[in-house]
Design a protein around this ligand. Structure first.
Ligand code: FAD
Length: 461
């Protein structure tokens, strides 16, 4: 019998188009291992919503391996140590894994490569870091030239089929039991809304993709309208690798339309975000533009009023219906519409003058698609502290954004106390019609001026 092959699973929880699994299965019996090693991720250990998704995704993939008379070995601790232990237990010398770019995993990849034969594959991105470069071979910092340059690189590689057979080792090593990992919330169990909103796993991702095939042509017109289900909602499936962007690209390639072009450009945004953290691994915790280290943020740890404002933002009680609808959608479902993410993020950073990293951390804890690269890249984009041109002074007006993007239906769904207001009133309810709905934390104009003043002080200081 040939030597067992270790498959190191991370955010690639699928059977099909999984190059690492495909290679491992072709070379010998497969020992798939998932190591819960997120304590290595300083400040970015999985948040509550991600842990919920991970539990169900691992369970689902475990069943798929089970149908092939195989299994996933679960271990908790340091990834390199655990993989070396498993390798020793089964007599394996080779580990197959799809490349990941989170800094703790890059470190682990480096260490593992010194101890075992580590075979890495490109599995999770259309254009992984290093693939799209300037003429002189350097990585791009900014999205637009990255995207333009990506156009010449289509089509992406073909998908890799699910292995026909997955053979088993003579002896299985010990595995943890997933319920012992306590990934699901218990006291209190806040996951009911999330469970109602999502189906987790590879099959669910493909079901969603087949629904999306019919809608992608309308993406251009509908993606900014939060009251309409106008985006793919594939983000958590993509994040956990239940489906690959290359599978999505090939499934939709016969549906070329303006909507599909725009959709393709969003998939490239996802790759771009990895390209950013591959260059700047501390992007989620450090301003790229050092000038902004001097901004006099209001600090919720030292200022009670700022602490109250942060809590009101987190709970969807800011008095701005579009912001509150978004923040409540996030809390209830673990997801928020992209346009509303931008509005809510801008509101925290500018109207409330609270450091974008507070928002990044809240999203990290509550989004089912929380992604080290995409979350940080978008937060630094909204705050203007990142690699892009300066966005700090572009302050989104939440009330007119709400009207412009026709958010009345969305507000009614997530802020039911405003249900009876007319379309004319609901974006900015008049005082006499607010009922129990809170007053604005700060008027728009005052928030805007305070933000611009902080910006000027930073520039002069
Ligand atoms: P669609 O509109 O259908 O897009 C298809 C796919 O493209 C998405 O599933 C996603 O994988 C990718 N994508 C789309 N927009 C972006 C973008 N701006 N940046 C990177 N990838 C994108 N997305 C995450 O996946 N994880 C995050 O943690 C995350 N945090 C964000 C934080 C802020 C402040 C903002 C403004 C945006 C954030 N996004 C994040 C990007 C975007 O909001 C989500 O990817 C999108 O809303 C997911 O819904 P969808 O699958 O319906 O997207």
């Amino acid at each position: 019998m040939s030597e067992p092959q270790i498959l190191w699973l991370r955010r690639d929880l699928r059977m099909a188009d999984n190059p690492a699994l495909h290679a491992a299965a072709a070379q010998g019996p497969v020992v798939a291992v998932y190591v819960l090693d997120d304590e290595a991720a300083d400040h970015h250990a999985y948040g509550g919503a991600s842990r919920w998704w991970l539990h169900h995704s691992l369970e689902s993939l475990g069943k798929s391996f089970g149908k092939r008379n195989s299994r996933i070995i679960l271990r908790r601790g340091d990834a390199v140590e655990e993989l070396c232990k498993v390798a020793k237990e089964v007599g394996a010398g080779t580990v197959h894994a799809n490349r990941h770019y989170e800094p703790w995993w890059r470190k682990a990849q480096g260490k593992l490569d010194e101890k075992l034969d580590l075979q890495l594959y490109d599995g999770n991105y259309i254009f992984p870091p290093g693939f799209i470069t300037t003429g002189s071979g350097d990585p791009y910092k900014i999205y637009t030239p990255f995207y333009k340059s990506s156009k010449a690189k289509f089509p992406p590689r073909d998908t890799v089929p699910e292995p026909e057979t997955i053979s088993s080792p003579e002896n299985w090593p010990d595995s943890d039991v997933i319920s012992d990992w306590d990934l699901l919330p218990t006291k209190p169990d806040w996951s009911g809304g999330i469970a109602d909103f999502w189906e987790v796993g590879e099959d669910a991702a493909h079901t969603r993709l087949s629904e999306w095939e019919d809608d992608v042509a309308d993406y251009d017109d509908q993606r900014n309208l939060p009251s309409i289900d106008g985006s793919s909602r594939l983000s958590p499936h993509l994040h956990f690798g239940e489906i690959s962007p290359i599978q999505i690209w090939h499934a939709l390639k016969h549906k070329r339309s303006d909507g599909w072009e725009t959709y393709e450009s969003e998939l490239v945004w996802r790759d771009y975000a990895q390209n950013v953290i591959a260059q700047f691994p501390a992007y989620p915790s450090e301003n790229y533009r050092e000038d902004y280290d001097r901004i006099a943020w209001r600090n919720p740890d030292k200022d009670e009023e700022a602490a109250g404002d942060l809590r009101a933002w987190q709970k969807g009680q800011t008095g701005y219906p579009i912001v509150d609808a978004g923040m409540r959608q996030l809390w209830q479902t673990g997801w928020m519409h992209n346009r509303v993410r931008m509005i809510a993020a801008s509101f925290l950073i500018k109207h409330l003058l609270i450091d974008w990293r507070r928002g990044e951390q809240w999203f990290w804890d509550t989004l089912v698609d929380a992604d080290y690269a995409s979350n940080a890249t978008n937060w630094q984009w909204v705050s203007g502290t990142g690699v892009d041109s300066n966005m700090f002074v572009r302050i989104m007006a939440p009330l007119s954004q709400s009207e412009k993007f026709d958010a009345a239906g969305y507000i009614r769904e997530y802020v039911p106390e405003l249900n009876d207001l007319s379309d004319a009133d609901i974006h900015d309810p008049p005082d006499e019609k607010r009922g129990d709905y809170p007053d604005k934390l700060i008027p728009h104009k005052a928030g805007r001026e305070r933000a611009l003043e902080a910006y000027r002080a930073m520039k002069n200081g």
